[in-house]
Write a protein that binds this ligand. Structure first.
Ligand code: AMP
Ligand code: MG
Length: 523
């Protein structure tokens, strides 16, 4: 069954090309759809199809005119060569000459798969496909849909990423349609790709072979098979004047609309730096994004935060990277701060793409992290059901120059309970709420070097000291701000008593905010 979709938005702008979009199941490939794709390609048309790396924009690699159309549809500079995709190893000999001996070993290990190798080109490959070069890049993809399309097209399909030049590469058919609907003949939709980053490019015309673009097949993996390989030094350098050896690598690829800034340091420092940057942006009313990981996402409270995958398995990060960058394009954030990843294994490819997306803008976490005397402020009351949570909520609503985690604990919390209802009623009338609060017992874990402990009454301070010893961060609220106003305990009394208590706490907490804001100026 062939279904057709029309993209009026794009048609109106660029003319009237109808883009056929076909769903296709990898496990049960519809031969009719593949035959149609093959026919379009043989005629010199453009078909986007899934590969295990990213979606490719297919054209017949042996037709000069088809290459030209590819460059036009992508808006890609024509000196940026295309990769020729084959489905059968014997076909390599038809497009490449002087193939070095290690090729067989590499192909045996990594083909079909996310590896592109560069050879001297044969006469059948037009210069249009190779961007005028005498070398040709060849890959044998593993994706069954890709292989079927290549065979149906006659065996040689050039397939750069199916995105508008300069946008993040497409990892879903939806991404392809966003960029190219109305400009190409067909899109085959087989869902989300597996790897999510473009193939590793290995130049076989030099000895030892050299990695020109890092990908899922890593330097470590090559070394295990053929011994040492070179790595193009320009791949991760910042303002290197040297031209990269892979022509495409000189362009600012993979770029989101917002400025992407990579924050580098040890992970703890990166988190602190990004938190501070995000908090500063929040106070200034600027919208920013944060690229976080499964392990760190809960540490960020401000900005649009995206979990890009788990550090335990960096393949998940590779798979999500371009989607996350595209999602940020939908949010109108003005800057995106990203954590960084170790440059080893697939991390090298992830950092390479991030660096390119960032146009090499990085900041050192330790250079941006401002010293902060306290990072957490914990109010301590008896039962953690009224005065402590009220003080915490009041402080959260004040304009603080630095970001603090603000919470509360009780010295006698027998079981977790919601906040006192009268306290909540008073807070609501002041347009705040304790609805998210659950009382928690104070314990030794609360006594951290970066935590300011403020007790409501003297008795809680004394109890902490008698149980855990003297601690320099433990004060009564009054003591810390140099005040003596008694904080009444409204427990068991009418609502009005809670109202009075609120008034007192509000005055003291405002003074507290002034005091901690004065630290921010000193620091
Ligand atoms: P894409 O198809 O978007 O993944 O980009 C293909 C990339 O492969 C180009 O941007 C080049 O960097 C690289 N490439 C293709 N052919 C050659 C070649 N003959 N020599 C060096 N690099 C190449
Ligand atoms: Mg590309």
């Amino acid at each position: 069954m062939i279904k057709r979709f029309f993209f009026e938005r794009n048609n109106a702008i660029i003319g009237c090309m109808e883009t056929i979009i076909e769903k296709i199941d990898k496990n049960q490939i519809d031969k009719e759809v593949i035959a149609k794709a093959g026919e379009i390609l043989r005629r010199g048309g453009l078909v986007a199809f899934p590969t295990e790396t990213v979606y490719g924009l297919g054209a017949d690699a042996l037709q000069e005119a088809a290459a030209k159309r590819t460059y036009e549809a992508k808006g890609r500079p024509s000196d940026n060569p295309l990769i020729v995709h084959i489905a059968d190893y014997e076909d390599l000999k038809k497009v490449a000459v002087n193939i070095p001996a290690e090729t067989d070993i590499l192909a045996a290990h990594f083909w079909p798969g996310p590896l592109t190798m560069i050879f001297e080109k044969s006469g059948v490959v037009p210069y249009g496909t190779t961007g005028g070069l005498d070398t040709v890049a060849v890959r044998m993809p593993a994706d069954p849909v890709a292989r079927a399309v290549i065979r149906a097209a006659g065996g040689f399909v050039s397939a750069p990423s199916a995105n508008t030049s300069g946008r993040p590469s497409p990892t879903t058919a939806g991404h392809v349609a966003e960029d190219l609907a109305g400009k190409i003949d067909m899109i085959l939709d087989a869902g989300e790709v597996d790897i999510g980053l473009e193939s590793t490019i290995l130049d076989m015309t030099v000895d030892p072979p050299m990695i020109l673009r890092p990908g899922a097949i890593t330097a470590e993996m090559f070394e295990a098979v053929i011994g040492e390989v070179g790595v193009d030094e320009t791949l991760l350098g910042d303002e290197s004047n040297k031209a990269p050896k892979a022509p495409g690598m000189k362009y600012r690829h993979y770029a989101p609309k917002a400025q992407l800034i990579i924050v580098e340091g040890d992970l703890r420092e990166e988190i602190l730096a990004i938190r501070q940057l995000a908090y500063a942006a929040h106070r200034q009313g600027r919208k920013i994004g944060v690229i976080a990981t499964n392990e760190t996402v809960s540490f960020y409270n401000y900005g649009t935060v995206r979990n890009i995958g788990t550090r335990e398995n960096e393949k998940t990060i590779a798979r999500n990277l371009y989607r996350v960058l595209r999602e940020f394009d939908e949010e109108d954030v003005e800057a995106i701060y990203s954590e960084s990843f170790a440059v080893q294994g697939i991390g090298r490819a992830i950092m390479n793409r991030l660096e390119k997306a960032a146009g090499h803008t990085r900041v050192s976490a330790s250079a941006v992290v401002k010293k902060q005397r306290y990072r957490r402020i914990t109010f301590v009351s008896g039962s953690d059901s009224a005065r402590g949570p009220m003080a915490a909520e009041i402080l959260r609503h004040l304009d603080l120059k630095q970001e603090y985690v603000i919470d509360s604990r009780g010295m006698v919390v027998l079981f977790p309970e919601p906040a006192n209802q009268k306290a909540e009623a008073i807070m609501k009338s002041a347009r705040m709420t304790l609805a998210d609060h659950t009382s928690r017992q104070f314990d030794e874990g609360n006594l951290q070097d970066d935590t300011l402990i403020l007790t409501i009454d003297e008795s809680e301070k004394n109890k902490i000291i008698s149980e855990y010893g003297e601690h320099e961060n433990v004060y009564t609220l009054n003591e810390f701000i140099g005040d003596t106003t008694a904080i009444p305990d409204p427990y068991g009394q009418p609502l009005a008593a809670y109202g009075k208590c609120y008034e007192v706490l509000n005055g003291l907490v405002i003074k507290l905010a002034e005091k901690i804001n004065s630290f921010a100026e000193e620091e």
